[in-house]
Design a protein around this ligand. Structure first.
Ligand SMILES: Nc1ncnc2c1ncn2[C@@H]1O[C@H](COP(=O)(O)OP(=O)(O)OP(=O)(O)O)[C@@H](O)[C@H]1O
Ligand SMILES: Cc1ncc(CO)c(N)n1
Length: 265
């Protein structure tokens, strides 16, 4: 029998297939880890945006945690869209009762089309309850600004923001620069638990086909934490994988198209 690392994603489903749990599962498959999924909510969604949301009833969310915990040897977990305060709080409580290993927190707030995937009340709980559990937190620039309630303009601001997120309890911090102003490059910044840091720079790909970029990046990180790789080796590889998945674009959908999860990892 072949041993495979096992992970779980705790997030929302995208009926359009490009983001959320759907992007996670494709990335996990690409990275040859086995993935369970705990569905926090459903979205009626396509590459234009989110048309409707349906959070999972709490009792059923609990059943999913029990089912996954009872059977699998989960080595790493990823959280994505968590919808509202009740669900954030429940996920935090459920995580305390299971043994899912490394925790990657992708504090998803808004979909590419602009729809909110996290209520304002939930944001406060992500900050106070979920963030302290994070082995790695992966906010984009807007998410970092909202979590810290400050504007982030310069690279010095980004570095200070990463320190502030670490002070709130996240072990490693990766701030993603996909939404920054530069038309030529995209720069992500990592601050590690030991205080060292790194910038990851890639050419900006001129495309609107970026549905699920953040999910793909954080799922790649989760998969490779489950394999026991070092975070400092994982992050540049995660960035490269996401870059190729955007660059080698596929002709699917009419809006913010999905990524190519068949690229070599
Ligand atoms: N146009 C682009 N060209 C190159 N790399 C990009 C581009 N857009 C995003 N990336 C990379 O993709 C990753 C995700 O970044 P981004 O800031 O878009 O995350 P996100 O906003 O959380 O994504 P999502 O919309 O899926 O939530 C980062 O590594 C970023 O550098
Ligand atoms: C369900 C879901 N999760 C996350 C995102 C962000 O990419 C999205 N658009 N939809």
């Amino acid at each position: 029998m072949i041993e495979v690392p096992q992970v779980v994603t705790i997030a929302g489903i995208d009926s359009g297939g490009g983001a959320g749990i759907n992007a996670d599962l494709k990335t996990f498959h690409n990275q040859r880890v086995y993935a369970a999924s705990i569905v926090v909510g459903l979205t009626a969604q396509n590459t234009y945006g989110v048309q409707a949301l349906l959070p999972t009833p709490s009792a059923f969310l609990h059943e999913q945690f029990e089912s996954v915990d009872a059977d699998f040897a989960i080595k790493a977990v990823k959280t994505g869209a968590l919808f509202d305060a009740e669900h954030v709080h429940q996920v935090v409580q459920e995580l305390a009762d299971v043994h899912f290993g490394a925790v990657v927190v992708d504090p998803v707030m808004v979909a590419k089309g602009g729809a909110k995937l996290l209520t304002n009340a939930a944001i406060a709980l992500v900050k106070t309850e979920l963030l302290p559990l994070a082995t790695v937190i992966t906010p984009n620039l807007e998410e970092a600004q909202v979590l810290l309630d400050r504007s982030i303009e310069t690279e010095a601001d980004i570095m200070q923001a990463a320190s502030a997120l670490q002070a709130l309890g996240a072990k490693h911090v990766l701030i993603k620069g996909g939404h920054a102003a530069s038309a030529t490059v995209v720069r992500d910044y990592a601050l590690f638990a030991d205080g060292s840091s790194a910038w990851y720079t890639a050419p900006r790909i001129d495309t609107v086909r970026t549905h699920g970029t953040g999910d793909t990046l954080s799922a790649y990180i989760t998969a490779n934490l489950a394999k026991g790789l070092d975070i400092k080796d994982i992050l540049p590889a995660a960035k490269q994988f996401t870059y190729e998945a955007i660059k080698q674009s596929i002709n699917v959908g009419h809006g913010h198209g999905p990524l190519n999860h068949w690229v070599e990892g």
